[in-house]
Structure formats: structure tokens, C-alpha cells
Ligand binder design. Structure first.
Ligand code: ADP
Ligand code: ADP
Length: 234
């Protein structure tokens, strides 16, 4: 059952075409990666799913309903959360303050307090450093913070833009282990990656995106050994 179904999405920036008819789907409980080099259209795809960018044509269905002109905040309430590229944490605020940034939006949500506790239990590193400045966290810990913050809205679908970007190999492992665990606990994940090798180890299925076009798709286990994969990506 598709949680997210995208058909023939076309996005232009002025006269430049960023997405040229992209179709993809994510089933409930799946971990799907979109792999592609810089400029492939990964951020544009996420911006369109979250409602920041309007497509020229094509459709996005979420939970069987077509997404239209509703504002991004509405999509967050409906369960779509984004971990943006570069983490975008607030270095001069504490870890706790970073986590409480979205709180006014969640006011009145009876689940919010319970979720806050659950998220802290998932990220012991953050719990132990709640009063410390977020800027003092390592890159990997900052990524964990960005993921934790996104989880506070109680998403059904977690979107991530290049979660391994700029991280040391060990940190990348930590972040991916976290994502795999979240997925095992039932969270549906769609992530964008340039780090093809890492994404292909983690996900169930992957799409290879280049120049706004899906060039290849399939189960990660198949793509890992598909001779066409190297060609498509490199
Ligand atoms: P990726 O995230 O895979 O690096 P992007 O979605 O950022 O790819 O970009 C896809 C293409 O669209 C690139 O050619 C990029 O230069 C262009 N692009 C992205 N954002 C804008 C924008 N706001 N205005 C004009 N062109 C853009
Ligand atoms: P990414 O790979 O995530 O898109 P970029 O450095 O390409 O990172 O883009 C950073 C920001 O600039 C994004 O918001 C993107 O939409 C925008 N952008 C990218 N390319 C262009 C462009 N050619 N013209 C205007 N804005 C752009």
C-alpha cells in the first residue's frame, strides 16, 4: 500500500527544468533512497513533496489523497517531516531549546509530551546533553538532533536530504544505524543521497536520479550488483 505516490512530476525554475517527469512510490514501512549526484533534483523533489515548490505538472498522493495547495504546515500535521540538508540546527541554543522550537505549533496536541519523552529515549546522547549548546555537538550528534526534532511532530513519513553529507565515516554509520532502527520500529523513510554505497546498504529500494530523470530503480540488493548501476550513477 503506497503511503506516497508521485506520478510524472515536472518542476521548472524559470526556463530550467529541474524534474522532468519523475514517478516514484513509497509503501508504508518502506525505506527508500533516491540516489543522485549534485544537481540531480533531489532537493527539488523534497521541496515539492513538502509543498515549498509548486510542480508544473504531475501529482503527489499521500495516504491516497492528492496533495494540492495546502501550506507546508498542513503537510507536517498530516505526518510528513523533513530533515533538511545541512541539519539547520541552532548552534547558539541548547539541545533542549532546539527540540522545543516547534512546540507552539504542537500546543494542544495531547501526544506531544509523550512523544518528547519517547524521542529522548531513542537518542540517549541528546538526553545527556539537553542543557549544552547544540553547536558543541559533533556533526553526527547534530544530525541526530535534526532527526530527533523532525520526529517530534510524530511523522508517518520521514524525509531526509543527504543525511551523510559532511560527516566522518563513523558518524555516517551512527546516523544510518539510527535510521534503520527507526524504520524497524515502523517509520517510513524516504531519503536523498549522493553517498550511493551507504544508501544502497540501508534501504529496501532505491531510485537513481540524474538530470531530473529516474534512470534506474529497484531493490537495493539488486542495484548493488547491477552493472547498469555504476553507469547510471558515475
Ligand atoms: P540536488 O538536490 O540533487 O543537488 P537540486 O534539486 O538542488 O538538485 O537542483 C536541481 C536543478 O535545479 C539544478 O540544476 C539546480 O541548479 C536547479 N535549481 C535548484 N533550485 C533552484 C532555484 N531556486 N532556482 C533555479 N534553479 C534551481
Ligand atoms: P542542493 O544540492 O541541496 O540543492 P545547492 O547548493 O544546490 O544545494 O542549493 C542550495 C539552495 O539554493 C537550495 O535552496 C536550492 O533550491 C537553491 N539553488 C540551487 N541551485 C540554484 C540556482 N541555479 N539558482 C537559484 N537557486 C538555486
Amino acid at each position: 500500500q503506497a503511503l506516497l505516490a508521485i506520478e510524472n512530476l515536472v518542476v521548472d525554475y524559470g526556463s530550467a527544468r529541474a524534474l522532468a517527469g519523475v514517478s516514484l512510490s513509497v509503501c508504508k514501512g518502506e525505506f527508500v533512497a533516491v540516489i543522485g549526484p549534485n544537481g540531480a533534483g533531489k532537493s527539488t523533489l523534497l521541496a515539492t513533496i513538502t509543498g515549498l515548490v509548486k510542480p508544473k505538472s504531475g501529482t503527489i498522493q499521500y495516504e491516497g489523497r492528492r496533495l494540492g495547495a495546502e501550506p507546508p504546515a498542513r503537510r507536517v500535521r498530516d505526518g510528513i517531516a523533513l530533515v533538511p540538508e545541512g541539519r539547520r540546527i541552532l548552534s547558539n541554543l541548547t539541545v533542549e531549546e532546539n527540540l522545543r522550537v516547534g512546540e507552539t505549533v504542537r500546543r494542544g496536541d495531547p501526544e506531544a509530551a509523550r512523544r518528547f519523552e519517547h524521542v529522548l529515549a531513542t537518542f540517549p546522547v541528546l538526553r545527556s546533553r539537553l542543557k549544552g549548546y547544540a553547536g558543541r555537538l559533533s556533526g553526527g550528534e547534530q544530525q541526530q538532533l535534526a532527526i530527533a526534532r523532525a520526529l517530534l511532530s510524530g511523522p508517518k513519513l520521514l524525509l531526509l536530504d543527504e543525511p551523510s553529507l559532511g560527516l566522518a565515516p563513523l558518524m555516517i554509520e551512527q546516523v544510518y544505524e539510527t535510521l534503520v532502527k527507526l524504520n524497524e520500529d515502523g517509520l517510513t523513510i524516504l531519503l536523498m543521497e549522493q553517498n550511493a554505497n551507504r544508501a544502497l546498504l540501508a534501504g529496501d529500494r532505491a531510485y537513481v536520479l540524474r538530470h531530473g530523470v529516474v534512470e534506474l530503480e529497484g531493490p537495493t540488493a539488486t542495484l548493488r550488483t547491477d552493472p547498469a548501476f555504476d553507469q547510471a550513477y558515475f
